[in-house]
Write a protein that binds this ligand. Structure first.
Ligand SMILES: N[C@@H](CCC(=O)N[C@@H](CS)C(=O)NCC(=O)O)C(=O)O
Length: 216
């Protein structure tokens, strides 16, 4: 399988963690997000949406959308399951992941930030304010849900890391990139710290990828 991504992409990070948790080998291809390579003709032929990541599975069109890719990998490689086996557990994990993937992350992606600065004239402080405005509600909701679920489990659901943890971790990393104060979210921070102790998560961190700066 050929995996298209970029160090700066949080959605790429999610799939990278899933690949690491499953212990599978993929060919990694970097698409230069900062140089706008994802908007070029070559990448359009791989993912017509022009977004990272994408996974070429060797037959038919590549897969895109991190959640679909993570679930595909999970079904293909049943070791270290990323979703619970029961329908209710699955729905709970997907709900939490969607809070991040569908309702918060899309408001902080490069195309939105570019529009805010280039079309609406916001400066860096204005963009940061915007991002905090939309990152925080997801953190607040996750904190509330995860505290109500259980505070004894090391991860979002149960005793092993799964898809909810992957998406939550991507959001914490994004919040850190934009200097969002995480102190009001102790349960979220605790789960993120637990995940970060695992090599699958730590070695997938955006700032540990080739081409990434030491800090942002
Ligand atoms: N919902 C998509 C999000 C994909 C997405 O927005 N990716 C970002 C990087 S994290 C991207 O390619 N952005 C390009 C842009 O905004 O121009 C997923 O989960 O895969």
């Amino acid at each position: 399988m050929r995996f298209y991504g970029h160090w700066r992409s949080l959605a790429t990070y999610r799939v990278r963690v899933a690949i690491n948790l499953k212990g599978i080998d993929v060919e990694v291809v970097t698409i230069d997000l900062l140089g706008k390579e994802h908007l070029g003709e070559h990448y359009h032929s791989i993912n017509p949406q022009g977004l990272l990541p994408a996974l070429d599975v060797g037959s038919g069109p590549a897969l895109f959308q991190s959640m679909a890719i993570v679930e595909y990998i999970d079904e293909l490689y049943p070791n270290n399951p990323l979703l619970p086996s029961d329908p209710l557990g699955k729905a709970r994990v997907r709900s939490l992941a969607q809070i991040i993937a569908a309702d918060s992350h899309p408001l902080m992606v490069p195309r939105v930030r570019t529009y805010l600065t280039e079309e609406l004239g916001l400066d860096a402080e204005g963009v940061k304010k915007w991002i905090h405005r939309f990152v925080r509600p997801a953190l607040e909701t996750c904190e509330e849900i995860l505290t109500a679920n259980s505070t004894s489990s090391p991860y979002c659901y149960g005793d092993t890391p799964g898809m909810a943890d992957i998406f939550l971790a991507s959001h914490v990393i994004g919040a850190n990139f934009f200097a969002c104060d995480l102190s009001p979210y102790p349960r979220v921070r605790q789960i993120y710290e637990n995940c970060s102790k695992l090599e699958a998560f730590s070695k997938a961190h955006p700032l540990k990828q080739p081409g990434a700066p030491a800090s942002i």
